[in-house]
Design a protein around this ligand. Structure first.
Ligand SMILES: CC(C)(COP(=O)(O)OP(=O)(O)OC[C@H]1O[C@@H](n2cnc3c(N)ncnc32)[C@H](O)[C@@H]1OP(=O)(O)O)[C@@H](O)C(=O)NCCC(=O)NCCS
Length: 188
């Protein structure tokens, strides 16, 4: 296990996409460094609270989600990672049966929102989550994606500012016993 982490540099390579006078910033992560691993794992615990252990980031799986083929952004407040959002091309999930319900599988036009999480005390305030999401969507567009998709608890996608179509309802999703919807949002 340790051997895998030997390739990790000390510092993350990031591109700062937005920063405010209040020490909030959003960064596109090009390469995760040792300095950020603990912070990212810490935030992933908020996902694991809901989706179970498989949602936890670790030194060994982190590169699966933070790599050159994915679109990972982190939100930082006063240097601390407070949230992240990760887009992964839909085709990466072709081994998962759920992806076959999407008619766009194989068309390489869809970015699947693998994770979107914010530490509890930063939720619904300061526009942190909204800003993180807005930047993510804009970059997805810039990269040429035509659709954003994802799984969210049933009813959540109706609350998105932009319209999204519910493609399919999943009665159970990763140990969560409430229905989840797979939504598709066209990027215009
Ligand atoms: C999802 C999460 C990051 C949203 O953060 P928040 O600060 O509560 O969000 P806000 O109410 O400010 O809404 C920000 C945007 O996220 C959307 N949103 C709210 N809850 C959401 C959810 N559970 N999943 C996806 N998007 C969600 C809102 O509709 C809004 O979209 P818009 O900008 O298009 O209008 C936060 O609730 C969280 O970390 N939840 C635990 C992890 C989780 O369930 N993630 C979703 C599945 S990966």
């Amino acid at each position: 296990m340790e051997q895998l982490s030997l390739n990790i540099g000390e510092k993350s390579e990031v591109k700062v996409i937005a920063s405010s006078a209040y020490q909030f910033r959003v960064e596109l992560v090009k390469k995760v460094g040792k300095d950020d691993i603990t912070g990212l794992i810490e935030v992933s615990k908020y996902l694991a609270n809901k989706f179970g252990k498989q949602a936890l980031l670790s030194k060994t799986n982190i590169h699966k989600y933070f790599n050159k083929d994915t679109l990972p952004f982190v939100a930082r407040f006063k240097g601390e990672i407070i949230g992240y959002i990760i887009g992964v091309p839909l085709e990466h999930f072709k081994q998962n049966s759920w992806s076959h319900f999407d008619v766009n599988l194989g068309k390489y036009n869809t970015l699947y929102t693998y994770a979107f999480v914010m530490k509890e005390k930063y939720r619904r305030k300061g526009g942190y989550s909204k800003t993180l999401k807005r930047i993510y969507i804009n970059w997805a567009k810039k990269q040429g994606s035509k659709f954003i998709t994802g799984h969210v608890q049933q009813g959540i996608s109706q609350g998105f500012t932009a319209q999204a179509e519910v493609v399919k309802i999943f009665p159970m999703w990763y140990g969560v016993k409430t229905p989840f919807e797979y939504y598709r949002r066209p990027l215009k």
